[in-house]
Design a protein around this ligand. Sequence first.
Ligand SMILES: *Cc1c(COP(=O)(O)O)cnc(C)c1O
Length: 485
Amino acid sequence: MAFATTHRSTLALSRQVNKNALKSLTATRQLSSDDKKHATPTSFATKCASLYHPSAGANRGLAPPIYFGSTYLLDDADHGARLHDKKEAAYTDQDGFVYSRWGSPTNEACAKQIGALEGVDQRGGTLLFGSGMSGITSALMSALKAGDHAVFPYTVYGGTHEFIKEFAIHWGIEVDFIDAAGENGPEAYKAALRENTKVVYCETPANPTCRITDLKGVGRVVDEVYGTREENPNRPWVMVDGTFATPYHQRALDIPGVDVSIQSCTKYLGGHSDILAGSVSSKSPEFCHGIAKVQKLITAPLNPMDSYLLMRGIRTLDVRMQRHGENALQVAKMLDEHPLVASTFYPGLENHPDNTGGDDCLVAQAFRSGRDSPEDASFMPQTYGGMIAFIVAGEGDLALERAKKVCEGLRVVNLAVSLGSVESLVEHPASMTHAMIPREDRLAGGLDDGLIRISVGIERASDLVQDLKQSLDRVMEEERAERAA
Ligand SMILES: *Cc1c(COP(=O)(O)O)cnc(C)c1O
């Protein structure tokens, strides 16, 4: 099935969900016709406390229903026993659900949709969490125990870094950080691998400079050192946080040697700045089983309402991502030529360090642009996502002040952290998200005083280009006026 045909897959999903609806409806009817088991309420108080199900015809709604509920009606005691006996499988079977901390219908429908986008087959699965961080920490907790070793890139999401520093190392886990960017990345990972390495963690494209990690290369060096997973079940898990690219561009699980794909669905998959959610997908039943245990006992599955909103967001992912990419290229080109901008980082620009040209360069590998096969390139345009970083010209405090003014002078783009939504967002790490980090550490991590990050939305491109241009122009004019005074 083509990646873009959401209609048929949506129908398939609603049919799957509705099978469950029918089952529970039939169950209710059978039970109520059998007064030995379950009586029709006659008293006001019992009517109040009872659950009433819609008639069987209700399942003809095109959109899947939202199933709230912590618990499920059981046929008999044996049915309950069977469900409790079941190991943590990725999805439920015909026997149904038992308790929502172990899985629930709306969550499962959404998980299957993301699983389809990630290319997860029958053997594996996708699990949904209440935030991207909850997915990341669950994946790490399921794979690491005291005495194990893990390798992370320097440019890793702030929350992931904080979890390592505040928790993982205190739990007796050994951690190395490496420079994962560009063509030397795989060798840097290889040099850090040890006998007790259990997690090889990647985040690509990286935040905020969109440097790319060579995932094929990482899979290959891990195979070289430990053998493939078939040869060596103790091989480390190779995990990829691919939030910036989404499965529209990057299908990490298609790459040999990559085991786990993580998304903060708060961002592009949700796409509307209205939910927090995270997904973790893997083709390995063993991995899925382990992380399902963490979800059941430590974290928690994504709730029904947000699962529904996430499904609703995903239905337009394909068209949104294309528009994000088309808009961002125009914005990046303007920025790159503006006199107040010292440098622009955007994978679609020829000056991006990983855009070395040709179909094999790292940028080309990371950005598939919704295509299912190379032939799709004839009608699906190449785009490079919606994330841009740029550095305002000037040294130290001058750049810091200018960057703040540029952000505050915007009238279409919104000043807010986060990314991936339909509306454009801008943030200034040095005064906002990273202000608490000492200046030297911030600079060493590549976060210049004048660096601004934009998440380009799906507004009209010329509105965005104009807005950024007028704000940059105004800062220059004000300085000129001050000098003249
Ligand atoms: C936002 C983000 C996260 C964390 O996701 P939350 O949903 O905010 O918990 C992790 N990784 C990346 C790359 C992100 O952008």
